[in-house]
Design a protein around this ligand. Sequence first.
Ligand code: GLN
Length: 494
Amino acid sequence: MSDVTDLGIAGLRDGFRSGEFSARDVAEAFNARVDAADALNAFLVKTPDHALAAADAADAARAAGEAAKPLAGVPIGMKDLFCTKGVATTAASHILEGFVPPYESSVSQNLWDAGAGMLGKLNMDQFAMGSSNETSAFGNVISPWRRKDGGNAPLAPGGSSGGSSSAVAARLCPGATGTDTGGSIRQPAAFTGISGIKPTYGRCSRWGTIAFASSLDQAGPMARDVRDCAIMLEAMAGFDVRDATSLQLDVPQWEAGLSADLKGKRIGIPKEYRVDGMPAEIETLWQQGIDWLRDAGAEIVEVSLPHTKYALPAYYIIAPAEASSNLARYDGVRYGLRDLPEGAGLQDMYAATRADGFGDEVKRRIMIGTYVLSAGFYDAYYTQAQKVRTLIARDFERAWEACDLLLAPTAPSAAFALGEKSADPIAMYLNDVFTVPSSLAGLPAMSVPGGLDSAGLPLGLQIIGKPLDEQVVLNAGLAIEQRAGFVARPEAWW
Ligand code: GLN
């Protein structure tokens, strides 16, 4: 038997069902791979027993002749933003050290109900704030990719779901959960040569997912290819009464609906996404993507999203505003860390706990958020940013009169070296220039690998769809995937 860790989600599911291997074989093989990859720092907690228990349940059900669950035999990685019952969950922050949730997030529960097992909790940017994984309190994740041109500096796996991207790219797991507030599924997927989809806001329940910016946060899958993303998203999505923003809609059968035929579809190319200073190789890939979609039967049209340049500033007001409110709950009373200096009062405890527990980027955002929500500046910043958000959403609505999908690069560069941007928050925030607008509008958006740059690093193409149009997004992703023929994988050095 070939190495089962070479298989993706569909391959594992199908091989398990047809009796080629047992679920236990699969779980053991991935547990061993996780154990051998500590150098990547992708996992904060390993849960081999969780994976084995799910595998044994799947094997027992198969032996009893029961119908296989959708993800029976498939172990996955879980971003540490999802609360997992009885398993330490920190959102990669010191302030949550010692927190063991007494409940399971809806998304993770949905995955377990579908038969999946958990290999462990994946490292990430602290509270999902970042684009490089360097804000984790437990050390950054390292990308399994290396430049081929001699520059051998360790690379960022993207962020905030960098543990997820690194683990999937290094084949420590066939799929992983991610969350995307302003690009955290798509940008790390692009940096590591994998696929990831952020569904329409409200498709996946936010219940039990540690909140960053509630009006933007959305869970989604990160996996090796489009089909695997479709399978995993079907398991993750669904209405949940415990999340007031959850969409009360049936989950479509995205996998069954996959088709790379785009006849009759119009693909919009947003001219404002041609930003200054974008590497020529990304321009070239974008053009290549246009040609691929035309080849798949689509018609290409140029569209304008005139307020694009205001998306980043609006996002970096709205997201910190919501974060400052959401993170007020970490006060030393209820969760994780408590710093109670000798003779200290309640205020001192709050201050000491928060000063000690939050990382610099989180503190920066809490301060910005508190400032833009303060009585004197609320209208100048927060109200204004909300108006801009509406204009951005309207730009997309207008674009949908002319097209069914948008194609753009996922990120303005390939993976950068660790440390390269960490001293300059603005340079870091600029990474999100192509992912933030669709987040502000709540739209489904996906990144698929398009090719390698001259340094041998993956580049991603992004497809943005109308609300609830995940199927069309996935189909366009499939059309690109089939034409890109992206098979590159990082050479193991870890
Ligand atoms: N990089 C963006 C930020 O730092 C997006 C993060 C995310 O999507 N969670 O806010």
